[in-house]
Design a binder for this molecule. Structure first.
Ligand SMILES: O=P(O)(O)OC[C@H](O)CO
Length: 419
């Protein structure tokens, strides 16, 4: 059989499920063999793929996180756009079959989908119902606003129900990018970068400054604990060990939550907002990753990739992946299938992510973002956040510096990709 290598960044429960999906596809036919290879974190996988392409050692398929989209789109010679692949191989591929917020994020200006939506997520709130009860809070009521997050956290910490009120994965993605979208605040010029390479970051506005200042204050008061750089993986650990009563993380953290939170009950809720800034928060934005096809392989490989993509997009395959992991259902058919199976009724909270990302009418500030060199910029934002937590800078200085350093990265990217 023709081997198709698939590099991915899915560890733990997610990695096992990826292996299972590939194995099932391989069993379903005999011409192609998909071989998934775990390459580390999202940034590590992207870096490895770029290096491999330069050395002509690239895999056929690579999973790239949503913020690597700008970089992949600019790497024109390296990428075989998915809409073109599916057309060339005569596989059915209808843009309209995908959920609207997913398709918009991965399309070019002509509406062509460049990479296959596979594991799209959005961040949500997870909370420990047992700790809520111990603190004298109603376990069925999640905090809606940041004011309530603060109040609930105070109760949790002062009652001794848990050491920390809340933590968060991804300070960048959750507390800065999604935070800006929810509060309808611009993240960058030119529609958050969708309008071209000349965009500049603007996420140092008063609303973001107020939030970062509060996070610092809440850390000093013992209510908030930083989950660590970039992905903030310690957030999950502190939630599972019941050190922190609340965490904010990808909806795709659901499988890990279900498998690790065995000693306590978990509630799922939308992300909080400042009700003095916005009365009806906007939709949250996409995270997770898509599958990019790389150039330089033979015709048989691409035929197999196209067949595998058709398999991956099947309602039952997508619905199974979505229901197991917490990633979004991706296609309308997979969502409908879950509804007809009664999945959402049987699993309260499992559709919080879908409702949050689909709510209201998206504004230019809540459609997502697309910037080059953004992987590096996320590291910069984290460094500045740590400087804030360490008391080396105040929130305004930290965000101003993240914007200034980020704009340099944008100009470098613009220069490198000038046509
Ligand atoms: O944890 P994931 O896979 O939902 O990804 C989170 C962020 O979107 C990564 O950029």
């Amino acid at each position: 059989a023709t081997e198709i290598t698939w590099w991915h960044a899915m560890g733990g429960e997610l990695g096992k499920k990826v292996d299972e999906i590939a194995a099932k596809f391989n069993e379903s036919q005999s011409e192609y063999k998909v071989v998934p290879v775990y390459k580390g974190t999202y940034p590590e996988t992207l870096t490895a793929a770029i290096a491999a392409f330069r050395a002509n050692q690239q895999p056929a398929i690579v999973q790239v996180f949503e913020v690597g989209t700008g970089t992949m789109m600019a790497a024109k010679g390296a990428v075989y756009p998915v809409y073109k692949l599916m057309k060339d191989e005569g596989e059915p591929f209808d843009t309209k079959s995908f959920l609207a917020p997913v398709v918009g994020y991965y399309s070019d200006t002509q509406g062509n989908i460049l990479s296959l939506p596979f594991n799209s997520s959005t961040p949500i709130m997870y909370y420990n119902k047992d700790v809520f009860k111990k603190a004298g809070l109603d376990p069925e009521v999640a905090p809606k606003t940041w004011k309530e997050v603060e109040e609930f956290s105070k109760k949790i910490v002062t009652s001794g129900a848990a050491k920390c009120g809340f933590t968060s994965a991804w300070i960048t993605w959750v507390q800065t990018e999604n935070f800006s979208a929810l509060h309808d605040q611009p993240y960058g010029t030119l529609e958050n970068g969708f309008g071209g390479l000349k965009s500049e970051f603007t996420f140092n506005g008063p609303v973001q400054v107020k939030h970062w200042a509060n996070l610092k204050k809440w850390q000093d008061e013992g209510l908030f604990k930083y989950g660590g750089p970039v992905g903030g993986d310690n957030a999950a650990t502190m939630f599972f060990s019941q050190e922190c009563a609340i965490t904010m993380n990808s909806s795709g953290g659901r499988a890990a939550v279900i498998n690790n939170a065995k000693d306590f009950k978990v509630g799922f809720a939308p992300l909080p907002y400042y009700d003095d800034v916005i009365k009806e928060p906007k939709n949250s934005i996409i995270g997770g990753a898509t599958l990019w096809v790389l150039n330089g392989k033979d015709k048989a490989t691409y035929k197999g990739v196209a067949k595998f993509f058709t398999y991956l997009s099947k309602p039952e395959v997508q619905a199974d992946w979505h229901q197991y992991t917490g990633y979004l259902p991706i296609t309308n058919a997979a969502y409908e299938l879950g509804k007809s199976q009664g999945y959402y009724e049987k699993n309260p909270g499992s559709d919080v992510s879908i409702k949050q990302i689909m709510r209201g009418t998206p504004s230019a500030n809540s459609k997502g973002l697309r910037f080059g060199n953004y992987t590096q910029e996320r590291t910069v934002i984290d460094e500045e956040f740590q400087a804030l937590l360490a008391g080396k800078k105040d929130a305004k200085q930290a965000l101003d510096s993240a914007v200034e350093r980020g704009n340099k990265l944008l100009r470098e990217f613009e220069k490198a990709n000038a046509n």
